[in-house]
Design a protein around this ligand. Sequence first.
Ligand SMILES: Nc1ncnc2c1ncn2[C@@H]1O[C@H](COP(=O)(O)OP(=O)(O)O)[C@@H](O)[C@H]1O
Ligand SMILES: [Mg+2]
Length: 419
Amino acid sequence: MHVIEIKQMSKKFKNYRDKSNTLKERLLKIRKNDSKEHWVLQNINLTISKGECVALIGRNGSGKSTLLKLMTKILYPNKGEVIVKGRVSSLLELGAGFHPDFTGRENIYMNASVLGLLKREIDERMEAIIKFSELKEYIDQPVRIYSSGMYMRLAFSIAISIQPDVMLIDEVLAVGDAAFQNKCINKIEELKTKGTTIVIVAHNGGIIEKLCDRAIWLSDGEIMDDGNPRMVNMKYMQALSERENARLLEEEAELAQLEKNNRIEYPSTKASELSPRVGNRKVEITAVKLMDDRKVCRKDFRTGTSMSILIEYKVNEAFEEVSFGIGFFTSENICCYATNTKIDRFTIKELGSRGVISCEFSELSLLPGTYMLDVAVLHPNKNEPYDYLSKQFNFQVSSDVKDEGIARLKHHWAVEVIS
Ligand SMILES: Nc1ncnc2c1ncn2[C@@H]1O[C@H](COP(=O)(O)OP(=O)(O)O)[C@@H](O)[C@H]1O
Ligand SMILES: [Mg+2]
């Protein structure tokens, strides 16, 4: 039996590109039709049977969340049909559907009744919902003081309490701690055995393969592949790294061009304030790659995950001593962090003629934003770069947590009531 059926479905959004500032500008613009339409899903045909657990994978912006919203009926298609049978429970954007000034308990009443439970049914399930959420005393606090992890716990606990026929889960599990994530995964497995149909957006290959019977890969609003989770995920990963390699090759070609155009100067002041690339190239940087913990080259990372910077080098001439350095800058050119092997007392005994030096940040603390990278190989004691590439590489950081600033500092809250 098909629980979800999508037929020749397309969805478009309007992009309002022009952000007019004054009222006059805005009023004048209304007359002109300056909004561009953008198809975010194109001719999707898809059926999902009862009890299937399907992973949705694909890059940011490929249309995964939009597809889930169409299945939830928060959005409607412009063409074709989306049919979903039975009671649907969905975990989409975090905190959506919660009223910030109401307590967790009050939000349970509101949410569960929206999902179709009667007051009596909610009362019966209240303790189980609170217990699963592990929110304890926080349950009677307004949810505006909740962390995103706590929001997720509450939302997940409510979503499973209605015993849904169809459960739709966007990328929200990742904000929970590892223990709660595991608990959710066990719960999802339990729902599966009870015949619930599940569609989950996932990035973690382990979860995809452990939990799902099937994976669907979306790319720019189209289905690229649909089938065995391991195979589909492998193809997706392969495409990601090919795309990244193509981009790196392009970047290398640009660098080569830059090299031709730029006379190589010997810097007397801070290298980063000078040209994008300086140095005598006794030791030369031939490529710079950013990788995640699965050794996939990428330009987008999430706060708290692992990022390794790989610097490929070539030795052209005899040199004295050597130190490799890196620095992160915001788009406003504020240095967030910079270090080098000398500062870190990491000794390099030998470089050979070619090689790779890597620096791993096991938990990237940078908050969401675009960052630029300085990469250098220098004489450790003289202000003498062999090769200094300034702001030639950039990467994005994203996160579901809404803390602000440049970096996440480790912290711990406590409360002590005096009277
Ligand atoms: N409400 C909206 N209005 C306009 N464009 C949107 C809206 N929601 C999503 N989009 C666009 O649709 C595309 C797909 O987005 P989304 O479904 O969120 O992707 P994913 O979840 O795969 O990252 C993106 O280009 C995004 O900018
Ligand atoms: Mg999304």
